[in-house]
Design a protein around this ligand. Structure first.
Ligand code: PDD
Length: 286
């Protein structure tokens, strides 16, 4: 089946899906994006993803190109045309095409909107979750606004590549105080010896993950305490459990950080429970 990508109002064949070379997304990483999980043809947590998208657009003073309802229709149609039952949908909005200039073009300059959808294997993800993953740590070299979900992802890509080279699944980035900020494409958590989940506050140097926010609601429902505070690498190495969250990996237990085994080296009970229950708490769109 040939893939279809939405580009500025048209559903194009994969090989014909282009944006202009002077798109500001291309020249300045001047754009934002969202990734939603697709499960059984349905969008997961669409409302929260769209709220975050609007926030990212506002922070960068990019005018919202169409209503959230219309963006939702584009995402659904892209999922439908690509026959994605389980996978993800990616939506990207940039400040559009303009003669290269650091100064923004006029506010009426049309944004570029692209949307793609693709299938992913939940069986593979489940197998990974049953085994647990390894993460490495490295310095967080990103700009100071990771709360904006911008397409400026070069440091994240460098970190992920380094993880892959080391045989790890993810890289946890560290601030100058030796505390973990987040993963290159996920949020980071540990579980203390008394069974509390610890994760960095969303206000300081991380993306406010949508999966993270659903995990907070789920934890409250299940009587699990989450403490928002920075944690160090040293503390993570001593933790009972560690895990990460993102829209594409949901919850993944971490069983090794660098060359240190976490807990007994098997996926933690709490992380596995949160993974198993996640979709009982998430919003499943019509
Ligand atoms: N990444 N932190 C970073 C730096 C991320 O890139 C992501 C998501 C997250 C988790 O956010 P959420 O729970 O809303 O997915 C945290 C997406 C999946 C990506 O770029 O592909």
């Amino acid at each position: 089946m040939s893939r279809v990508i939405y580009v500025n109002g048209s559903y194009c064949a994969y090989d014909e899906a282009y944006v202009h070379v002077e798109d500001r997304g291309f020249q300045f990483a001047d754009g934002v994006y969202e990734v939603c999980e697709v499960r059984n043809h349905r969008l997961i947590d669409e409302t929260r993803h769209m709220q975050r998208l609007v926030r990212s657009l506002n922070e960068l003073e990019i005018k919202q190109p169409m209503s959230l309802k219309a963006l939702g229709m584009v995402m659904r149609e892209t999922v439908r045309r690509n026959r994605v039952r389980d996978g993800l949908v990616y939506l990207q909005i940039t400040r559009g095409v303009a003669r290269r200039d650091f100064i923004f073009p006029h506010a009426d300059n049309p944004c570029s909107v692209i949307c793609l959808a693709r299938i992913s294997s939940f069986a593979k993800a489940d197998a990974l979750a049953e085994q647990g993953i390894t993460v490495i740590t490295l310095p967080d070299i990103r700009w100071k606004r990771p709360d904006i979900k911008s397409v400026s992802l070069l440091p994240n890509a460098l970190a992920k590549q380094q993880a892959k080279r080391a045989g790890a699944y993810e890289a946890w980035m560290m601030d100058e105080d030796g505390n973990v900020t987040e993963g290159s494409s996920s949020n980071a958590y540990i579980v203390s010896s008394d069974g509390n989940v610890i994760t960095r506050p969303a206000e300081t140097g991380i993306l406010r993950g949508i999966t993270r926010s659903v995990i907070f609601d789920l934890a409250e429902r299940e009587g699990i305490q989450i403490i928002e505070r920075p944690f160090s690498l040293n503390e993570a190495e001593q933790a009972r459990e560690a895990f990460l969250t993102s829209a594409t990996s949901v919850v993944l237990p971490v069983v090794r950080i660098n060359d240190r085994t976490i807990g007994d080296g098997k996926p933690g009970a709490l992380a596995s429970k949160l993974r198993a229950l996640f979709h009982t708490q998430a919003e499943i769109a019509e």
